[in-house]
Design a protein. Structure first.
Length: 154
């Protein structure tokens, strides 16, 4: 009887370790999909810019950067640059779009990663800029987050 209890305890311990590892792997897979989605949108934005000479602008139409992303992605789908509007793989994060203003030509694509710890350097391939002293923008080196950013698209 004791041997049976020991075997059951060992099996439960091993299964809990496996499930914990599996959850981490799933989070990393969702992060990889988020990064892939943003890179596809970035390529589509380059094609949009090459065709029209400007990036989509929704500054007066919506209030959130997630809504701006969805409008921009739908325009890219309508113009044939994307096959479908990408949706985040979980409710943990959203996709966001911000058009730079003034003389800076470009836009910012942002999502939040779940398997990558908060840092000021960002996930490899993510851009982090010194936006100014005390700035706490999504992708500022002064702001410790797990945001993944694609900056200065053109």
């Amino acid at each position: 009887m004791i041997e049976l209890l020991v075997v059951v305890a060992i099996i439960s311990l091993l299964s809990s370790v496996v499930f914990a590892s599996l959850n981490t792997a799933r989070a990393k897979a969702r992060d990889a999909r988020r990064i892939s989605d943003l890179k596809q949108v970035q390529t589509a934005l380059f094609l949009y810019y090459d065709k029209y000479g400007f990036f989509p602008n929704y500054s007066g139409q919506t209030t959130t950067h997630t809504q701006k992303f969805n409008l921009m992605a739908q325009d890219l789908v309508d113009d044939g640059f994307l096959s479908a509007v990408p949706a985040p793989p979980s409710s943990y994060s959203t996709y966001q779009y911000y058009l730079y203003g003034g003389s800076t030509l470009g836009a910012l694509l942002v999502t939040n990663l779940e398997a990558y710890p908060n840092s000021s350097t960002g996930y490899p391939g993510s851009c982090r800029y010194n936006w100014g002293v005390g700035a706490s923008n999504w992708c500022s080196i002064n702001h410790v987050t797990s945001y993944y950013c694609l900056c200065n698209l053109y």
